[in-house]
Design a protein around this ligand. Structure first.
Ligand SMILES: Cc1cc2nc3c(=O)[nH]c(=O)nc-3n(C[C@H](O)[C@H](O)[C@H](O)COP(=O)(O)O)c2cc1C
Length: 214
């Protein structure tokens, strides 16, 4: 018989999703994450769905300060450029946000997409599907980590080529995510960008469409 879940179990999953947060450097604490828990997070990634069961992912575990510093340099470069993209009122608010935890998190994980040399079932017309599969793996990691009371922060204000260089990634691989992983002093109850009024929560009614947009 196939596995059946009860409502309490479904509620736990919902709570893990509800209380998952993006964690930045101001929340990480100086406490190593045990290897067996890192392994649980990686095993969760490997359970993710992938187009054509291609499993097109690779995970680089980074705790070397020299590698972290190279990535941080790239963040600093890109973050300076990023500020200028926002309106003058928003630039001050942007500057006040902490948007990474590269050094503070004891572990960083670079998540890479490695394209298949052969055609992949399901990816023949929508060629981005391999990358979306890697994102499914990342969400699994984020949720598993939260269930273990471990925080993850996703840093995307980076030059992907610089990150590839820092970890000697193969030429054809692509950086999908750079994750900062570690224990936290606390998990915020709500997204920080919501409570700081950077971005409002959208209404459910606007987001769900029946049959046709018009
Ligand atoms: C694809 C992706 C990229 C992100 N990149 C960054 C980033 O570069 N820096 C950052 O501080 N947060 C980043 N975030 C986190 C979002 O800001 C965060 O998920 C959002 O504000 C909602 O907050 P929550 O994750 O705590 O619910 C990223 C999230 C996603 C899904």
């Amino acid at each position: 018989m196939s596995k059946v879940f009860n409502l309490d179990e479904s509620k736990v999953l919902n709570e893990i999703m509800r209380y998952r947060r993006d964690v930045r450097g101001n929340r990480f604490i100086n406490k190593a994450v045990p290897d067996n828990l890192i392994d649980k997070i990686l095993d969760a990634a490997l359970l993710a769905p992938s187009v054509g069961y291609s499993q097109p992912w690779q995970f680089v575990l980074i705790d070397d300060i020299a590698v972290k510093n190279k990535v941080l340099n790239s963040f600093n470069d890109k973050n300076k450029q990023a500020q200028a993209r926002f309106s003058s009122e928003k630039q001050k608010a942007y500057q006040a946000l902490k948007l990474e935890g590269i050094i503070e998190a004891p572990l960083n994980i670079g998540v890479f997409y490695t394209p298949s040399q052969e055609p992949v079932l399901g990816q023949t017309s929508m060629t981005e599907m391999g990358k979306y599969s890697v994102v499914c793996a990342i969400q699994n990691m984020w949720l598993m980590a939260r269930s273990l009371n471990i925080g993850i922060g996703w840093v995307s204000i980076l030059e992907p080529e610089k990150v590839k260089e820092a970890v000697n990634a193969p030429k054809d691989s692509e950086l999908i995510a750079y994750l900062c992983v570690g224990y936290v002093d606390k998990f915020l109850d709500e997204p920080e960008l919501k409570t700081k009024h950077w971005q409002q929560e959208k209404n459910k009614e606007e987001l769900i469409v029946k049959n046709s947009f018009k």
